[in-house]
Design a protein around this ligand. Structure first.
Ligand SMILES: [Mn+2]
Length: 238
C-alpha cells in the first residue's frame, strides 16, 4: 500500500516514525489488516525508532471488543514495534460500569456495551453484578492502566483532544476523553499538534493545530492509521 505524504503541521525527530490508529470499536479484522500494512511498510522502509499509538475506543458497538482487547493486552501486536495504548471514553465508561456505578452501567449499555459484553460471553440481561465476572482480570487490568495522553516531539496524542487555554500537563481526563466542539473549532496553538480520534469524520482531518483520525470504522467507514515522520503526514486506511 503506497502512502501519499503531505506537509504535516507538527514535527518528529528524523529517526522517528509514528503510526497512530483511530477508533477501533471492536473492528478486529480491520485492526489486524492495518497492522499487516504497518508491518509491510516497516519492512519496505525501515526506521530507527518507530512507535505505534492506538488512540482509544477499543470496545463497544462493533463485533469483537474482546478480540481487540485480547490482541492489544497481549502486547507487541506488531512484533518489535513499541506500542502506546491510550484510553478512550468507552473504556472509561466500561470500567466505571464494571466497578458498579449504576449510571455508568446504563451509559455503557446505551453506547454499545451490549455488543461488548456479548463478545466476552456475557449478556446485558444477566444480573448487573455478574458482569465483571465475564471479563478476564488481565483484560480489566489492561483497560485500567491505559494512559490519557502521550507526547512525542511536536505531537501530543489524546483520545478526544485537549481543552484550549489549559496547559497540556494540566489537562483533566474528562476533557482528554470527551471534548468535542470547543477543541475541534479552536484555532489556538495548544503547545503541540494534537492527534486525536473520538469524533468520526468522512476522512482524516489535518489542521494547523490537530490531526483527526476517527473515520468511523464501526459505522461502515475506514479504519485510519496516520503515518507521521519528519515534517510530513500520510495515511494508511482499510
Ligand atoms: Mn470516543
Amino acid at each position: 500500500m503506497t502512502i501519499d505524504f503531505a506537509p504535516a503541521p507538527g514535527w518528529l525527530a528524523p529517526h522517528r516514525r509514528v503510526y497512530a490508529i483511530g477508533d477501533i470499536h471492536g473492528c478486529l479484522a480491520q485492526l489486524q489488516a492495518l497492522h499487516t500494512h504497518i508491518r509491510a511498510d516497516l519492512a519496505a522502509r525501515p526506521i530507527a525508532e518507530p512507535v505505534l499509538v492506538h488512540i482509544g475506543d477499543y470496545v463497544d458497538r462493533g463485533p469483537d471488543s474482546r478480540g481487540v482487547v485480547a490482541l492489544l493486552a497481549a502486547g507487541d501486536p506488531v512484533a518489535g514495534l513499541p506500542t502506546i495504548n491510550l484510553m478512550g471514553n468507552h473504556e472509561r465508561t466500561m470500567l466505571d460500569a464494571l466497578g458498579g456505578a449504576g449510571a455508568s452501567m446504563t451509559d455503557w449499555m446505551i453506547s454499545g456495551g451490549k455488543e461488548a459484553l456479548a463478545s466476552w460471553g456475557g449478556s446485558h440481561e444477566a444480573p448487573r453484578e455478574s458482569w465483571p465476572g465475564f471479563i478476564p482480570p488481565d483484560h480489566t487490568a489492561w483497560l485500567a492502566a491505559l494512559v490519557h495522553q502521550h507526547r512525542i516531539d511536536g505531537y501530543v496524542f489524546a483520545h478526544a483532544g485537549v481543552r484550549p487555554g489549559v496547559a497540556l500537563d494540566a489537562q483533566v481526563p474528562q476533557d482528554l476523553l470527551t471534548i468535542r466542539n470547543s477543541f475541534l473549532y479552536s484555532e489556538a496553538d495548544h503547545g503541540a499538534v494534537i492527534v486525536h480520534g473520538h469524533t468520526p469524520r468522512g476522512a482524516p482531518e489535518v489542521r494547523h493545530n490537530r490531526i483527526g483520525i476517527d473515520t468511523g470504522a464501526v459505522f461502515g467507514g475506514e479504519l485510519t492509521c496516520a503515518v507521521l515522520e519528519g515534517d510530513r503526514v500520510g495515511f494508511l486506511q482499510v
